[in-house]
Design a protein around this ligand. Structure first.
Ligand SMILES: C[S@@+](CC[C@H](N)C(=O)[O-])C[C@H]1O[C@@H](n2cnc3c(N)ncnc32)[C@H](O)[C@@H]1O
Length: 291
């Protein structure tokens, strides 16, 4: 008679010392600050992984992360602890600003250059599952016939988490996710398909996907990208960083931007009190301007 083997998993305890060690390590590796009252979050999100690996406690797991020379478990750890909440057309005033200010400025440049046309380079610097860069691409393509029809336009979309980047690359979203996309853009830039498990899925069309390169990049690392960028979106990620980390990051953004280029940050974020050279334009919009 077969005997059923039950693996009994006892929830490991996370001591204050272990929590501090993990939080300090994550802060150094990613800038994410988990030190202020995030013990429960760390415990809940890592307990699942510890159970999967059939380990007994946080200490053993943390040693495993440190010993893993491939770096894969570090990626897994950071994936588990990052907050990836995002949506299409999130904080829409940024997209209104692009339509009312940025695209007309580029159009003036295009006319002045005798029709050769400007290039447009945008970086979505913590793109999560792709809703932000796809929104940017759709806004530009819907409002600028020049960029919609072959004008030199590229978006670099990066994130720390490989998990969300895989979702972004797939470019498939459920009906709930697409409800903020204006109907004209939904119709123009997404195909509606039958989902395998019933219902519908919306798939980003190839002409939009072609514009975007998704890559893993940790904002704490040196920038390997060739600028200059015309626009950088870094929204709803600096909220997890401390002031010193934000200060360093925005100066890197400044150096990467074209003169006249813009930085957009999230609505609960602020650059006030930090040393920087940006000119304030509107809430959460800053410009690299000639001084
Ligand atoms: C809340 S989401 C914001 C997504 C999007 N920018 C928006 O506003 O909707 C924050 C994203 O930042 C990413 N992130 C956190 N730390 C990061 C780091 N050090 N480097 C790059 N991305 C990071 C997370 O993986 C997550 O996908």
């Amino acid at each position: 008679m077969a005997v059923e083997r039950k693996v009994i998993f006892t929830q490991p305890e996370l001591t204050d010392a272990e929590y501090q060690t993990i939080a300090n390590f994550v802060h150094k590796a990613s800038g994410i600050n988990l030190l202020d009252g995030k013990k429960e979050l760390v415990r809940a999100r890592l307990t699942k992984r510890i159970a999967q690996l059939e380990m007994k406690n946080f200490k053993t797991y943390f040693q495993y992360v440190l010993k893993d020379a491939s770096g894969d478990e570090l990626v897994f750890l950071l994936d588990a602890l990052a907050t990836n909440l995002t949506s299409f057309w999130r904080e829409p005033q940024h997209f209104d600003f692009m339509v009312k200010t940025l695209l007309p400025e580029l159009e003036v440049r295009r006319k002045k250059s005798g029709g050769g046309g400007p290039r447009l380079r945008i970086w979505s610097a913590a793109c999560s599952s792709g809703e932000e860069p796809y929104t940017i691409a759709m806004v530009v393509m819907e409002k600028s016939s020049y960029f919609a029809n072959g004008g030199d336009f590229r978006i670099l979309a990066t994130d720390l988490s490989t998990k969300v980047l895989n979702v972004a690359k797939r470019g498939q979203y459920g009906p709930e996710s697409v409800k903020n996309i204006p109907p004209t853009a939904l119709h123009a830039f997404m195909n509606k398909m039958e989902a395998e498990r019933g219902g519908h899925l919306y798939v980003v069309k190839p002409e939009v996907r072609r514009i975007i390169s998704f890559r893993r990049f940790n904002l704490m690392d040196d920038m390997p990208f060739r600028g200059p960028m015309d626009l950088i979106f870094c929204r709803n990620v600096m909220i997890y960083f401390d002031r010193e980390t934000i200060g360093k990051l925005i100066n890197k953004f400044y150096n990467l931007l074209e003169l006249g280029g813009y930085l957009f940050i999230g609505h609960s974020e602020s650059l006030s009190g930090l040393e920087h050279k940006f000119q304030y334009v509107a809430p959460c919009i800053y410009r690299k301007s000639a001084r």
